[in-house]
Write a protein that binds this ligand. Structure first.
Ligand code: ADP
Ligand code: MG
Length: 613
C-alpha cells in the first residue's frame, strides 16, 4: 500500500486560494478554459522536448486532450498526454499559488529559436479555478521522464492537499473534477461542449469530448497567408460569421509594431441593417494565444465598423490575472487604430481594383462609413475617399467618388458642388441646377439625408471646398438675352412691387443671374444650413424652436411668365397679384422651405378662376 503524504497550504496561500475561488472570475465556466489551457501547454512542452531530441516516456502515444463528462457521478475529467509532473513538480506547481510552472519552463530556455514555444499559462492561478465548481479535485500525473513514477494529488481546496503514488499511469495528466451539488450542470455533455467551443476552440491541440472531436476549425489566423486555403477561409467565416453567404472581403494580416497582432477579419456581402430592423454589433473577438479573452470585444472596432466580423489575436497584450480583460485600455485604443487603418486601406484597394463589387459593398454598408465620416475625427481623412455619391453627370444609380468628381472639373471650377434632394428626379428638376448645367459644372446629388451632414463635417476634399448649390455664388455664362426680356429698369420696378406685395415673407426680391428655364428661384437666406438640413432639424425639434426660414427670391427677367407679369401688373393688377403670390409659393415649395403648403391649394383655385374668367 502506497503511503499518502498530507501537505498543508501555507496560511497566505490559503487566503489567496480563497480569493481565486470566490472573487477572481466572473464566470464559473472559465475553469474549463483554464484546465484545457494547462493541458494544451503540457502538450506544447512535450512537443518541444521531443523536437529538441529528448527521450520521453510513452513516445508513441497520440498527443491530444480528451474530456469526459459523467452526469451520474457528476464529474468532469480532463486528460492530456503532455509532459505530466514529477512528485516535486506536483507539490510545487499545484501546492503553491502564483507559481507558474509554465513561466519557469520558458525562463529555463536559453536558445532564441526556443522562443517560438507558445505557452498560455503565466499567472499560476488558473488551476485553482476548478475549486469554484468542485469540492474535490484529483490529479493523476506521470512525468515524461522515463525514470519517474506516477502520482495522485487530491484536495478539496480548503486547507490541505495529499500526494500519493499511483500505479499504472501513462505519461500525461488526468484531472477529475467532482462537481459541487449546485454546479453539477457542468457535467452535461452539451454544456461542456458549448463552453469548450466558446473559449478553447482554437487551442493548439485536438480536443475530444466523450470520444468526439470538438475543435474541427483551426486557428488559421495565426498561419501565414500562403499556407491557408480558400476552403479553410470559407469554413472559418462560416464558423465565426454565422452567415450562409460567402463574405465580400477578407483581411488577413499580422503586424509587429506597435503591438504584435494576428488578425483575420471579414466583411459580409449583405447587410441586415438595411432592412431597418436591427442594428449590427461588431463581432470581433479578442484572443491571446488562441484562447478567447473577450467575445465581441468592446472598443476594438469603432461602432461605425460594426459590420466587421473576425478575430484579433495578440500575445503581447498584458492580461489581467483573471484573463477576462486587458489591463491596459490605452492598448485597446492602439489596437483599434491599427485595425481601422488596415481596414480602410483594404477598402481603398478593393474600390480601385474592383469598383463594381465595391459599389455593392457601398450599397450595403455605405451608411456606416458615412457615420464614421461624421463621428470619427481620427479616421475622417481615410474614410472620405471611400464615400460615393450620385451626380448630375452620371446615369441614375451610378455613384462617384469625390476624387473622380475633381478629376472631371472643368478649368475655372474651384469648388465641389452638391445638391441635397429627397430623390434624384427632384434634384434634376431643381432650379438651382440651371446655372451649373449652363456652366457645365458637375453637381453631386445627395439623396441620403445623412449626406449633407457628411459634407458638413468633411468641409473640403483635396483643398477644394464642398459647397451646397444653395449657397454657391454662381451666375450663368453669357446666356443670350431673350426676346422681349425686361430691361434693368423694368425688372427693378417689378422686384420692388413684388417685395411690397410679399412683405415679410421674403427678405429680398432681386434679379437673378443664375436662372435659365425657371421664372423664379427661392434661395434660403440662412447662411449656415441648407433647406434639407432645416427640414430634418424641424422634424427633430418638432417645430417648436425652429426659427422661420428666411428666403431671397430671384426672378428671371428673360422668362415669359415674368415678362407677362410685368405687363399684367398694370393691365390686370388682380390677376398679377395672384400670379405673383403663386410664383413665390412655387419657389418656396421647390426650395423645400415653404412654411404652410396648404395655403397654396386655395390660391391655385383663385388662379384657375381668374384664368377662366
Ligand atoms: P499557469 O498555467 O498560469 O502557469 P496554473 O495554476 O494554471 O498556472 O497551473 C500551474 C502550473 O501547474 C502550470 O504552470 C504547470 O506547470 C502545472 N500544470 C497544471 N496543469 C498541468 C497539466 N495538465 N500537465 C502538466 N502540468 C500542469
Ligand atoms: Mg494555467
Amino acid at each position: 500500500m502506497a503511503q499518502t503524504e498530507t501537505h498543508a497550504f501555507q496560511a497566505e496561500i490559503r487566503q489567496l486560494l480563497d480569493i481565486v475561488i470566490h472573487s477572481l472570475y466572473t464566470d464559473k465556466e472559465i475553469f474549463v478554459r483554464e484546465l484545457v489551457s494547462n493541458a494544451s501547454d503540457a502538450l506544447e512542452k512535450l512537443r518541444f522536448l521531443q523536437a529538441s531530441g529528448k527521450e520521453v516516456l510513452d513516445a508513441g502515444i497520440t498527443l491530444g486532450i480528451s474530456i469526459t463528462t459523467d452526469d451520474t457521478t457528476k464529474t468532469l475529467t480532463f486528460c492530456d498526454t503532455g509532459i505530466g509532473m514529477t512528485k516535486q513538480e506536483l507539490v510545487e506547481n499545484l501546492g503553491t499559488i502564483a507559481r507558474s510552472g509554465s513561466k519557469e519552463f520558458i525562463k529555463s530556455l536559453t536558445d532564441t529559436k526556443e522562443k517560438s514555444l507558445e505557452l498560455i499559462g503565466q499567472f499560476g492561478v488558473g488551476f485553482y479555478s476548478a475549486f469554484m465548481v468542485s469540492d474535490q479535485v484529483e490529479v493523476y500525473t506521470r512525468s515524461w521522464k522515463p525514470e519517474e513514477k506516477g502520482w495522485k494529488w487530491t484536495s478539496s481546496g480548503s486547507g490541505e492537499f495529499t500526494v500519493e503514488e499511483a500505479e499504472g499511469l501513462q505519461r500525461g495528466t488526468k484531472i477529475v473534477v467532482h462537481l459541487k451539488q449546485d454546479q453539477s450542470h457542468f457535467s452535461r455533455a452539451h454544456e461542456a461542449e458549448a463552453i469548450l467551443k466558446r473559449y478553447s476552440n482554437f487551442v493548439n491541440a485536438d480536443i475530444e469530448l466523450n470520444g468526439t472531436k470538438v475543435n474541427t476549425i483551426r486557428a488559421i489566423w495565426s498561419r501565414p497567408k500562403n499556407e491557408v486555403t480558400e476552403e479553410e477561409y470559407a469554413e472559418f467565416y462560416k464558423f465565426i460569421g454565422h452567415d450562409s453567404e460567402q463574405p465580400r472581403y477578407r483581411l488577413h494580416f499580422s503586424a509587429d509594431a506597435p503591438i504584435a497582432i494576428q488578425s483575420l477579419l471579414y466583411i459580409p456581402k449583405t447587410s441586415i441593417e438595411n432592412l431597418g430592423l436591427v442594428r449590427l454589433e461588431p463581432e470581433v473577438n479578442l484572443y491571446c494565444k488562441r484562447v478567447l479573452i473577450q467575445a465581441k470585444a468592446k472598443g476594438l472596432m469603432p461602432d461605425w465598423l460594426r459590420f466587421i466580423k473576425g478575430v484579433v489575436d495578440s500575445e503581447d497584450i498584458p492580461l489581467n490575472i483573471s484573463r477576462e480583460s486587458m489591463q491596459d485600455s490605452s492598448l485597446i485604443a492602439k489596437l483599434n487604430k491599427v485595425l481601422v487603418g488596415r481596414i480602410l486601406k483594404m477598402l481603398d484597394e478593393e474600390a480601385k481594383t474592383n469598383p463594381e463589387s465595391y459599389a455593392e459593398f457601398f450599397e450595403a454598408f455605405g451608411h456606416c462609413l458615412k457615420e464614421g465620416a461624421m463621428q470619427d475625427y481620427t479616421h475622417r481623412d481615410g474614410i472620405a475617399p471611400l464615400l460615393r455619391f450620385e451626380s448630375s453627370v452620371l446615369e441614375a444609380g451610378k455613384k462617384t467618388s469625390i476624387a473622380d468628381y475633381i478629376s472631371r472639373m472643368p478649368e475655372g471650377q474651384k469648388e465641389i458642388y452638391f445638391l441635397a434632394a429627397p430623390s434624384r428626379s427632384t434634384a434634376e428638376a431643381s432650379a438651382y441646377l440651371e446655372a451649373f448645367k449652363n456652366r457645365r459644372y458637375e453637381v453631386l446629388f445627395l439623396t441620403d439625408p445623412r449626406d449633407e451632414f457628411v459634407m458638413d463635417s468633411l468641409r473640403e476634399h483635396d483643398g477644394k471646398k464642398l459647397v451646397s448649390v444653395e449657397k454657391a455664388d454662381i451666375t450663368t455664362e453669357d446666356s443670350p438675352v431673350a426676346e422681349g426680356a425686361l430691361d434693368d429698369k423694368e425688372a427693378r420696378k417689378l422686384t420692388n412691387w413684388m417685395k411690397e406685395l410679399y412683405g415679410d415673407r421674403v427678405d429680398e426680391v432681386r434679379i437673378s443671374k443664375r436662372l435659365v428655364d425657371s421664372p423664379v428661384i427661392a434661395l434660403n437666406a440662412d447662411p449656415f444650413t441648407t433647406a434639407s438640413m432645416r427640414r430634418i432639424m424641424r422634424a427633430v425639434q418638432k417645430n417648436e424652436t425652429a426659427t422661420p426660414d428666411k428666403a431671397h427670391l430671384e426672378i428671371n427677367p428673360s422668362h415669359a411668365v415674368i415678362i407677362s407679369l410685368a405687363k399684367a401688373r398694370e393691365s390686370k393688377p388682380e390677376v398679377a397679384t395672384i400670379v405673383a403670390q403663386q410664383l413665390l409659393d412655387s419657389a418656396l415649395l421647390a426650395a423645400g422651405i415653404h412654411e404652410d403648403p396648404q395655403t397654396v391649394l386655395k390660391r391655385m383655385n383663385d388662379l384657375m378662376a381668374a384664368a377662366l374668367k
